[in-house]
Design a protein. Sequence first.
Length: 347
Amino acid sequence: MYALIFRTVLSRLDPETAHHAAMPVIRMLGLPPFASIARAVTRPAAELRTEALGLTFASPFGVAAGFDKNAVAARGLGALGFGHVEIGTVTAIAQEGNPRPRLFRLVADRALINRMGFNNRGAAAAADRLARLRRRRHRPVLGANIGKSRVVDVADATADYVTSTRLVAPVADYLVVNVSSPNTPGLRGLQAVETLRPLLEAVREAAGSTPLLVKIAPDLDDDEVTAIAAMAVDAGLAGLIATNTTISRSALRTDAARVDAAGAGGLSGAPLRERSLAVLRLVRAAVPESFCVVAAGGVETAADVQERLDAGADLVQGYTAFVYRGPLWAREINRGLVALRRDARRA
């Protein structure tokens, strides 16, 4: 049914407009009596319960940052079966992001291109929402992803990140430093180890007891990935997310003219699968078992999720395939994981 709706209705809408149209429905699913009905249909099996970052996740599969930028739909997403929701990216200073259109579908590739530019209502507003969400009985694990405010110079990025940290870390279950979005000028330059380390150490100190992770780009070369992973461990971080979107446009099925028309931005979805998996394996090989590694990028099926878990991921995140799979995507993943594990035990 969703495939038909997507093909005949949603695919004709501007992607960002379609996303905003869906959000009130998702928010409604987090409210009584709809939440209890949704949970009855989508609740993950008990065997999927996962321990990571000192937290208990109902499922290892969650929503990546970017879907719920302002922490308004987390309860609804939890009711749909996601084990965690990473809100944001939020910035210390509220901002509109880049001009529209800034989100584009590449349907033939099961992919998206976005240049949103960290559009959000600011870290203070996100902190207020998270504080209220944490008081709710039924909620997923809540992560908060923070980025650099666009109006702040790269030289002043550390202070900007620390401002966001002091606001959201006390009310988040875990915190993620995003230095890998391609849509904020100069941001990816912060991934260089010599600049990243002091930033992460300052944020870690400001975060207190809240587990801290860093999210990296798939476009780093292998040596850079290994160096950042080792530095993250040495700097006392709790984990790393591999990976963000890519600036690459290689091996796409979509007509080149259509891709060019979409313009600059981060590519997410199925084309990212192989590189994100390779980065995951590099990170896992470079860090101790106790260090949490979160896989993201190119995840669509239960088999994709299980592949990431088998490769050493503690948790897995998705976003783009929600557009193509619809609201029961997490339910499909969770049931598929149970089936795959039962098949493996029988083999």
